[in-house]
Design a protein around this ligand. Structure first.
Ligand code: ATP
Length: 263
């Protein structure tokens, strides 16, 4: 049974007299605990797809089912981490996470439990040491860690990651990818992630959803990444399955569905 299901999703945007069909007949079933990445060229509709799952945009036709129930508005069962952190600058790291915790657990956890839960989630992303700092006092990678802690602290059924490592330098990105892999291993979250990075997609995912170019983008191909976990990036560089998966995605993106810049 699908835990999360996109069922015949179409999305059309209308601006004035212009109508653009962005997504066409998207069908995707994701199992509980699965890590699925969406990859495709710029503008094909990846964020639109994620936003539909998040309930930030509604599908024109079709819909999203979570545990067989339709979801079409935002909810704490689907937490989003964006490329550029969305922390509140006037709150400390602790307060940013606590805000989410209070929103979700004000009725079910005591004050002391919410405090402990906030600290637990900061500890999961190794950010306890900076709990009293404000976002402008910490690095980009640390801000993303706090964003991830805030999302995890809401105990979402699905974690939605919209290019969470996109704005980071290569070393910070690698470090954070390793952290997210470790968290996924430990917590068993169901994750849907957008990425532009082929290596990132192969390293992290159980399956890679490859999108055709828009308008009317579709799912072109879904690739199973049959690599055992835990995965170590250094060992994978020469792993035959890794190399084959990487090749397959590159072929899809750069040969079969090459990006053509709009005139
Ligand atoms: N609110 C909107 N109104 C009109 N058109 C929109 C709206 N949001 C997105 N679009 C259009 O939908 C298409 C897909 O956009 P989207 O941001 O989902 O693509 P993407 O694959 O995430 O791109 P990127 O990789 O560059 O982030 C684009 O052509 C964009 O201009």
């Amino acid at each position: 049974m699908a835990y999360l299901k996109l069922d015949h999703v179409d999305k059309t945007f209308t601006r004035g007299t212009t109508t653009t069909e962005v997504l066409k007949d998207i069908n995707l079933s994701i199992a509980k605990g699965e890590y699925v990445s969406i990859i495709g060229h710029s503008g094909c509709g990846k964020s639109t797809m994620l936003n539909i799952v998040a309930g930030l945009t509604t599908a024109t036709t079709g819909g999203v089912l979570l545990e067989e129930r339709e979801v079409n508005s935002p909810g704490p069962d689907r937490a989003v981490v964006f490329q550029n952190h969305s922390l509140l600058p006037w709150l400390t790291v602790y307060e940013n996470v606590r805000l989410g915790v209070d929103k979700v657990f004000s009725k079910t956890k005591t004050r002391a439990e919410r405090d402990a839960w906030t600290l637990h989630n900061l500890n999961l992303v190794q950010m306890t040491h900076a709990k009293d700092k404000r976002p402008n006092e910490i690095s980009g990678g640390m801000k993303q860690r706090v964003g991830i802690a805030r999302a995890l602290a809401m105990e979402p059924k699905v974690l939605l990651l919209d290019e969470p490592f996109g704005a980071l330098d290569a070393l910070t990105r690698a470090h954070l990818q390793d952290s997210v892999m470790a968290l996924h291993q430990k917590l068993g979250n169901t994750i849907l992630m957008i990425t532009h990075d082929v290596d990132e997609a192969v390293l992290l995912s159980d399956r890679i959803v490859m999108m055709t170019n828009g308008p009317s983008a579709r799912i072109g191909e879904v690739l199973d990444v049959a690599l055992p976990r835990p995965r170590k990036r250094l060992d994978l560089a020469t792993n035959a399955t890794y190399v084959k998966c990487r090749q397959r995605v590159l072929e899809f993106l750069y040969e079969r569905h090459r990006f053509v810049e709009a005139a």
